[in-house]
Design a protein around this ligand. Structure first.
Ligand code: BG6
Length: 509
């Protein structure tokens, strides 16, 4: 089965949701797209010359501008420490290179000219923000009094505290919002300390902790799949689901990021951030609405129902050759792979294992959620009659959430022929083939837009972040030794024991 959709359903759904979910006053007018456009904004980008700004933020903002989704009046002020100061012209050139290299829309014509005219640069150090202050007040006087300010901290986490304190001390934080990149802390104590620093300058309803996995189309679609259909939610529980897997293998290695990765490792880089957040969407109870508070309350209830991680149910791995990467300690115990089993101790999920796996230098790059369904009460067909499957493994719902994403329901069907033999069959929906993908926003673009609209639904909240660090502490305090695995494999051998008697859905069978 291939689902089809009328007109630009994806974007229409997103637009409807954006206005329905918006907790704070959204914005002004419409861009002719039917979507509320954010109110006038000054966007201050810390780390404007860094990697994230180059790969995602500048290209993403230009795509939003070209789609008519930036405010009518806006300025983007790049900032960096005085040692890296750029002129406005240099910043525009830098942005143009970034968009040329990484953007979906090329920087040409009137659209680029209009965008570039809104870019400027103002240096800021934690102890001297004068050039930035001057730039912000210039932009404010050009746009007018009701302009909003949003700061995007695309900087290394060690710099979060001093920049936030500077924003508070200079008055720049007043009535403004802040977008904070991951990782938010490295353990419970550091996350709590960072939350205290943030809250001294910004109220929680002005804080947007970003997790780009939550900006993916297919993660939103988990909500639509579950709560917009009568078919799936009734089986979304322990009565019908035997196990859940959230599997995010990556083929890429650490790609020269040794300095970051050695101190972070796969658990902090991927699990405590992205995978647990995705799990929150998979496991949550139906929220009373799609508004930010209702949605985030339900997600946090999932985290509250998760027990402390059991170190015996964790496999930490390190790919062979990692210790020879430039910048990596010879005896490094940093994990480049992690798989774990956890549970959600509530009425819906008690006893259902949730298996999470991610790592570098693995066999494929995939982002897959699998729900293994229980076998029918009475088995009238011999198991071995299902071609290529055993133990009912083919009875699954598989959500591929790497954009553009797909959803497949795998089931057993009768093979044509005289004998009653079963074979694996599939009903499948593919985003790429079913909707007008030209309307897509990439994860970061979607989240930048939501932040300007003041909608926190897809951002993490302080109590949720702290709870995730809390349940992680037994693992962080006493990590099991790393086990080696071959690059291109699916992790250390023990990863199969972890899921027994089930099997990992990946690699596809
Ligand atoms: C980042 C991690 O947050 O997410 C990277 O730091 C990882 O290590 C990346 O590769 C994966 O995200 P995506 O969805 O852009 O492939």
């Amino acid at each position: 089965m291939t689902a089809t959709a009328r007109a630009s359903g994806a974007s229409r759904a997103r637009r409807a949701r954006a206005s329905a979910m918006s907790g704070a006053p959204a914005g002004s007018g419409s861009a002719g797209t039917g979507m509320t456009r954010p109110a006038d904004h000054i966007i201050v980008m810390f780390g404007a010359t860094g990697d994230l700004a180059k790969r995602k933020l500048l290209p993403g903002l230009f795509h939003l501008a070209s789609s008519g989704l930036l405010p009518e009046q806006y300025r983007i002020i790049g900032t960096a420490p005085a040692a890296y100061v750029l002129t406005d012209e240099q910043f525009r050139d830098h942005a143009k290179d970034a968009v040329q290299q990484f953007g979906r829309v090329k920087p040409t014509g009137a659209a680029w000219k209009a965008f570039a005219s809104r870019l400027s640069f103002g240096a800021a150090d934690a102890d001297d923000a004068q050039p930035l202050l001057a730039e912000v007040s210039k932009a404010e006087s050009e746009i007018g009094r009701h302009v909003r300010r949003i700061y995007h901290l695309a900087i290394p986490p060690v710099a979060f505290g001093s920049i936030i304190e500077m924003l508070g001390a200079t008055g720049l934080a007043t009535d403004a919002c802040v977008i904070i990149e991951k990782p938010f802390g490295t353990d419970l104590a550091s996350a709590q300390a960072l939350n205290r620093t943030v809250h001294a300058a910004f109220d929680e309803d002005r804080v947007f902790r970003i997790d780009h996995f939550l900006g993916k189309e297919s993660i939103d679609n988990v909500l639509a799949f579950r709560f917009a259909n009568g078919l799936f939610e009734p089986i979304w529980n322990r009565e019908h689901v035997r196990y859940v897997q959230i599997d995010v293998p990556e083929t890429l290695s650490i790609e020269g990021r040794a300095e970051f990765y050695e101190h972070t490792g796969a658990f902090r880089d991927m699990v405590v951030t992205h995978l647990f957040q995705v799990m929150g969407f998979v496991a949550m109870e139906p929220p009373t609405s799609l508004a930010a508070k209702a949605l985030r309350d339900e997600k946090i209830k999932v985290f509250e129902a998760m027990p402390d991680l059991d170190v015996a149910s964790v496999v930490r791995g390190q790919y062979t050759g990692y210790r020879k990467e430039p910048g990596v300690a010879r005896g490094s115990q940093t994990e480049t792979f992690i798989a774990l089993r956890t549970e959600v101790d509530n009425w819906r999920w008690a006893g259902v294992p949730f298996f999470l796996r991610t790592g570098k230098s693995l066999g494929q790059s995939r982002q897959v959620i699998t729900l293994g369904l229980r076998e029918p009460t009475l088995r009238m067909f011999p198991d071995e009659a299902v071609e290529g499957e055993s133990c009912g493994d083919g009875n699954e719902i598989v959500i591929d959430f790497a954009d553009p994403g797909s959803i497949a329901v795998r089931f057993a069907a009768k093979e044509p022929g005289p004998s009653l033999r079963l074979a694996a069959a599939e009903m499948r929906f593919d985003y790429a083939e079913s909707f007008c993908s030209a309307n897509d926003l990439e994860g970061y673009e979607h989240l930048l837009l939501e932040a300007m609209l003041g909608n926190q639904a897809l951002f993490t909240r302080s109590d949720g972040i702290e709870r995730l660090w809390e349940i992680s502490m037994p693992l962080l305090d006493d990590p099991p030794p790393v086990e080696p695995y071959a690059p291109g494999s699916w992790g250390p051998k023990r990863v199969h024991e972890l899921v027994a008697p089930y099997r990992w859905h990946l690699p596809d069978r």
